[in-house]
Design a protein around this ligand. Structure first.
Ligand code: UD2
Length: 329
């Protein structure tokens, strides 16, 4: 009996030891795999040593709340790519082309296929009232396009106002758990230079090219206190453009939902903010600071004179005849 108990004990200890061993080796090999993949980037690449002392001196590269401001000369494309490539991400990209704005789609898509998120999985969502007018553009590998038919409006303001609601619903119905990041972009635009994963962040805003050296009291914020987009004089960080909104899909959903709710309140009170959804976006970003800011390199205007601080134009609003393309003045 005693012998039997001892042999039982011996077998149990052996099994126990085996289990501990398995767990230990499992963990260590997993750690080595992790460490290997982490050091892999540094091992495979040779890149210039970053300097803590030298950098762009002509512009700010970090906000007072410590969000990076992305300018040429502040990031290393190959290094950032090596990090993001390991993450196997998908970037949804929404664009609205209603009424005569369908004419901008060809240049937008063709230039995006040259410069935008090259080497990454991109899914374009085109909201339009004329699916048959969406041009056939050859897309790169891992890139796809879905056309979503929606009604147009005889007021351009209504079209831009409703983008938040459409964005909110698209994320809820199709994108949650499907994509990692999303960008909502204006269609009357063209890519001229590299736009890659350096633009990704939790919640991303772009500096409007028309106001990057303007004092805050001259920003075209909504100044009527009756509107939910109201920002009083003396407040505000930057003036952000409505043409680019980006970030992690759940963060952009929160932004779109909040702005849509504020827009609903304004509508019920018969007030339309000075710059429609752009005014609400600026209000949102005042109280929910963007975690990354894109410099005006990422939103320029073809009509604008280029100043020395702009080293590259990556994305720009094309010249358009407002009277000819919009449904109303
Ligand atoms: C500014 C903003 C824009 C938006 C708007 C709000 C920039 C550079 N632009 O541009 O993002 O916040 O003010 O009023 O920050 N659209 C159509 N069909 C139309 C009219 C508009 O599809 O008939 C769509 C299209 O995607 C276009 C976008 O709405 O790119 C913005 O309209 P816009 O470019 O006419 O507005 P704009 O130039 O005043």
């Amino acid at each position: 009996m005693r012998l039997l108990q001892n042999s039982h004990l011996f077998v149990l200890s052996l099994v126990g030891l085996l289990l501990v061993g398995c767990i230990y080796f499992g963990y260590t090999s997993a750690w080595f795999r992790y460490a290997g993949s982490r050091s892999g980037v540094a091992d495979r690449l040779s890149y210039k040593q970053p300097s803590i002392l030298n950098g762009r001196k002509d512009v700010i590269t970090v906000t007072p709340w410590l969000a990076p401001v992305v300018w040429e000369g502040t990031f290393h494309t190959t290094l950032i790519d090596a990090i993001y490539k390991m993450q196997n991400i998908t970037v949804a990209t929404t664009v609205f082309a209603l009424g005569k704005y369908v004419q901008f789609l060809k240049d937008f898509l063709e230039s995006a296929e040259k410069h935008y998120m090259q080497g990454y999985r991109v899914h374009y969502y085109i909201f339009t009232d004329q699916p048959e007018a969406v041009p056939t553009v050859t897309l790169g590998a891992s890139r796809s396009l879905t056309t979503l038919k929606i009604p147009s409006s005889n007021r351009w303001q209504e079209i831009t106002l409703h983008r938040m609601e459409r964005l909110e619903k698209l994320i809820e119905t199709q994108l949650t758990n499907e994509v990692d990041y999303i960008f909502s972009l204006d269609v009357d635009t063209k890519f001229y230079g590299h736009w890659g994963v350096e633009t990704l962040g939790d919640i991303v805003a772009v500096i409007h090219p028309g106001y990057y050296s303007t004092p805050r009291d001259d920003f075209p914020y909504e100044r009527r206190s009756e509107s939910q987009a109201y920002i009083p004089y003396g407040k505000g960080d930057f003036y952000y453009g409505g043409a680019v909104i980006g970030g992690r899909v759940e963060k952009v959903h929160k932004l779109a939902k909040t702005c849509r709710m504020q827009l609903d309140v304004d509508k019920a009170n018969s007030i339309e903010a000075a710059w429609q959804e752009e005014s609400h976006l600026n209000k949102y970003f005042l109280y929910n600071k963007p975690t990354k800011i894109l410099s005006p390199e990422y939103l320029w205007q073809d009509t604008k004179y280029i100043t020395p601080d702009i080293k590259i134009i990556r994305f720009s609003q094309v010249i358009k005849n407002y009277a000819k393309v919009r449904p109303n003045p």
